[in-house]
Write a protein that binds this ligand. Structure first.
Ligand code: ADP
Length: 453
């Protein structure tokens, strides 16, 4: 039987908009918060929003990764829980275990599940065993190039090479034909080594023009597992999501139901706990395949919150406290459509390279059906060390068409000056006929970009 323990004070082990998001959730639950920040982040808005805030000196990135220091600070400030947000320590199983060892509640899944799903090969295997379709591919990491080539030939080109312990689209290479294989295999391995410290890669069948559909899962400590619907994250640039939608405007109902069924069943079988997301690719014939699972809160959770009315961050905290889910699957009602736009400080004229610097003027949209999650303001200087996302705009309306119209209006209201952003690109996407018609897959943006310029 799981224990129940009310969390009274949370250390937020993150920065930026997600730190603000977590602090907001805590405030509404009457939970005190402790923020951390690096030397480069002393002007961060989350630093002011928390009840207490402490600087972690030294390297600006390592400040958010130094888990011994972070846990020490949580103990010194008498916190009883730690929320890792997304990125940084959020999918570090050792961190989760260490929190528990020091008597802190890690607000997230069990370390064993973080470890399992952090390994893309092991997680595909585990999901296959519980009846979830996966793409044909290697079931162990490969380093030998001749063996790799043999496997690729067996799977049949095109194939995709992926970093076994990767993320963020890094260490990934699409190989159209055998003659390109060796070169791309070498560069994938080198990139995986550089970014993840492990050069291990695996190979799987490459799906042409798939849609990226992911299922939001929520599970308590008592075996109650529900889903909160899907998100369509097909609008990507270089395999990185930019626009996310709930529900998918063009998904066959039968496929949708089947995705929900396998997602809930597999998570029940594995004994998963907390929130989590199962990512699938859906091919042109509506076959679907599991690609990976994210054992954390995701950037795009806002669209799910908007169409279901469920606060995912508050639920995560309450699940970690040992509270039972207060609703059944049939209590979850989906209403309308939500679209989230990632506003990134990046320069469209420099191939979307990050464009840190000072925001000289900032005006965010409002009015009905508009939600903003941001951590920037006028005169804020975006530091160069972190992700380029500066704000998220989430719009909601009852019909798909109304939602797209609202998105146009809200994106037009949005003003960020001083640094280039991807706002002009987002405005073009929502004015595109194919977008309105729901005709998009993961190759949509690469296809459209030359026409948008
Ligand atoms: P990461 O963890 O690096 O984000 P994912 O495995 O989640 O990598 O894949 C990210 C994106 O890459 C997917 O949304 C999709 O666009 C593309 N992708 C991944 N695997 C395949 C595949 N087998 N076939 C086609 N596209 C793929």
């Amino acid at each position: 039987m799981a224990r129940t323990k009310k969390i009274k004070k949370v250390l937020v082990a993150n920065r930026g908009e997600v730190a603000t998001r977590i602090i907001r959730a805590c405030k509404e639950l009457g939970i005190k918060t402790v923020a951390i920040y690096s030397e480069a982040d002393s002007n961060g808005i989350w630093v002011k929003k928390a009840d207490e805030a402490y600087m972690i000196p030294g390297d600006p990135i390592r400040a958010y990764l130094n888990f011994y220091k972070i846990v020490d600070l949580a103990k010194q400030t008498r916190c009883d829980g730690i929320h890792p947000g997304y990125g940084f320590l959020s999918e570090n199983a050792d961190f989760a275990s260490y929190c528990e060892k020091r008597g802190l509640i890690f607000i997230g899944p069990k370390p064993e599940h973080i470890a399992l799903f952090g390994d893309k090969i092991a997680s595909k295997k585990a999901m296959k065993e519980v009846g979830v379709p996966v793409l044909p591919g290697t079931d162990e990491p490969i380093t030998d190039i001749d063996y790799a080539k043999k496997i690729a030939r067996e799977i049949g080109f095109p194939v995709i090479i992926k970093a076994a312990y990767g993320g963020g689209g890094r260490g990934m290479r699409i190989v159209e034909k055998e003659s390109d294989f060796e070169e791309l295999f070498r560069s994938a391995t080198a990139e995986a080594e550089k970014f993840f410290g492990k050069g291990d890669v695996f190979i799987e069948k490459y799906v042409k023009n798939p849609r990226h559909i992911e299922i939001q899962i929520m599970a308590d400590k008592y075996g109650n597992v529900i889903h909160l619907g899907e998100r369509d994250c097909s609008i990507q640039r270089r395999h990185q999501k930019i626009v996310e939608i709930a529900p998918s405007p063009r998904l066959n109902d039968e496929v949708r139901r089947e995705l929900y069924r396998v997602a809930v069943k597999s998570m029940f079988k594995l004994g998963y706990e907390s929130v989590g997301t199962l990512e699938f690719l859906v091919d042109e014939d509506d076959n679907f395949y599991f690609i990976e699972m994210n054992t954390r809160l995701q950037v795009e959770h806002t669209v799910t919150e908007t169409v279901t009315g469920v606060d995912l961050v508050q639920r995560m905290i309450q699940i970690a406290e040992g509270t039972r889910l207060p609703f059944l699957q049939e209590d979850i009602k989906f209403r309308g459509y939500a679209i989230e736009f990632r506003i990134n400080a990046e320069d469209p004229d420099k191939n979307f390279a990050p464009s840190p610097g000072k925001i000289t003027s900032y005006y965010s949209p409002g009015g009905p059906g508009v939600r903003i999650d941001a951590a920037v303001y006028k005169d804020y200087i975006i530091p160069p060390y972190y992700d380029s996302m500066i704000a998220k705009l989430t719009v909601w309306a009852l019909s798909w068409e109304q939602t797209v119209n609202r998105a146009k209006r809200a994106l037009d209201e949005f003003q960020v000056r001083g640094v280039p952003t991807n706002l002009p690109l987002l405005r073009q996407i929502v004015r595109d006929k194919d977008f309105l018609a729901g005709k998009f897959d993961t190759s949509y943006l690469d296809r459209k970009l030359p026409k948008f310029r």
